[in-house]
Design a protein around this ligand. Structure first.
Ligand SMILES: NC(=O)c1ccc[n+]([C@@H]2O[C@H](COP(=O)([O-])OP(=O)(O)OC[C@H]3O[C@@H](n4cnc5c(N)ncnc54)[C@H](OP(=O)(O)O)[C@@H]3O)[C@@H](O)[C@H]2O)c1
Length: 220
């Protein structure tokens, strides 16, 4: 039976990903802040929680992330930029998943296909940014994309069949989007089915890429 580690399994999308995988007869190890005390902004916490796992995992799915941290909403203008809020965005959305990749390396098999997938966001695309605003969240996801892209190059040297990717889930009805009632959304279950289908079809040549819920490449 395939094994998957879902980090952020308490979140709207993470919980649905775990359920979708279980429905496909994958054994899921869930990890989260609220259920297990994992804080991805604290490397010692990541090291402790991932260090306690034996693996190997055919899939490590990072479903953590935040748009609003400490009640600070996304910036609508440059005047709203605040160093502490920006640092918090980077700690949660970019540095946390990068450190998870660091500590997950030993959990990925070297002798067969394995996938490391992190939830990014289309708004992290620089090429696709025609609106501005949401500076901290956008920049932190762009940084995440660079970490995963660069990490994938290195990963390929030791794990020839491994695939590390950034995924955009679509606009999904979770706590994350609760402040945006007018946006069209899919359910977490639909998003999870789409993302697991994309993951199942990925090939090693696509490692390092940024893909949406349909498998289409998103510009950096
Ligand atoms: N929903 C959307 O429309 C949408 C669109 C584009 C991208 N995304 C991305 O998808 C990801 C998941 O979104 P979602 O909609 O499922 O959001 P969500 O329901 O708010 O879930 C967020 C998850 O992140 C975890 N988390 C946040 N900070 C953490 C920390 N410091 N340490 C450990 N865990 C932490 C939460 O853990 P606890 O609840 O246990 O504290 C929760 O599991 C995010 O990266 C988001 O940027 C979502």
């Amino acid at each position: 039976m395939e094994q998957a580690l879902v980090i952020g399994a308490s979140g709207g999308i993470g919980r649905a990903i775990a359920g979708e995988l279980q429905g496909r007869v994958v054994a899921v190890t869930p990890l989260s802040r609220s259920a297990d005390g994992l804080d991805i902004t604290d490397e010692a916490s990541i090291e402790r929680h991932l260090g306690a796992l034996a693996g190997p995992f055919d899939l490590v799915f990072v479903a953590t992330g935040a748009l609003v941290i400490d009640a600070r909403p996304p910036e609508k203008s440059l005047r709203a930029l605040e160093g502490g809020a920006l640092a918090a965005q980077f700690a949660t959305n970019a540095i946390g998943p990068a450190l998870i990749l660091k500590h997950a390396l030993r959990l990925l098999p070297r002798d067969r296909r394995a996938v490391f997938a992190a939830l990014s966001a289309r708004v992290g695309s620089i090429g696709d940014n025609g609106l501005g605003g949401w500076h901290g969240y956008r920049a932190s996801k762009a940084a995440l994309n660079q970490f995963i892209h660069g990490g994938a190059i290195e990963l390929a040297r030791s794990h020839r069949q491994a695939i590390a990717v950034c995924l955009h889930p679509g606009t999904v009805a979770t706590a994350f989007t609760a402040d945006y009632p007018d946006h069209a959304k899919v359910t977490p279950e639909v998003a999870a089915k789409n993302l697991v289908d994309v993951i199942a079809a990925l090939e090693p040549a696509q490692s390092g890429g940024f893909f949406d819920y349909s498998g289409a490449t998103i510009p950096w």
